[in-house]
Design a protein around this ligand. Structure first.
Ligand code: ZN
Length: 75
């Protein structure tokens, strides 16, 4: 289970290219450790808890904030 590119694009523009937790400026093409503005799409409600791949369940987080979520790496 993962968000589609369409959902991610909509969420990213909704977040105005910023982390929705700390406000850090993000870069659309970067997703990996060490890259400037790296980010990932986070499930607000985890997939294992029944969360769906909907825009309303998608949160744009920088890598640092994503790592701090309880469900990081489990989906
Ligand atoms: Zn952040």
């Amino acid at each position: 289970m993962a968000f589609t590119d369409t959902i991610k694009k909509e969420a990213f523009s909704r977040a105005k290219d910023k982390c929705e937790k700390c406000g850090k400026q993000l870069v659309w093409t970067n997703h990996n450790e060490g890259e400037r503005g790296a980010w990932q799409a986070h499930h607000k409600t985890s997939v294992s808890a029944g969360g769906k791949d909907y825009l309303s369940n998608c949160m744009i987080l920088c890598l640092d904030c994503h790592k701090k979520t309880r469900t990081y790496g489990s989906h």
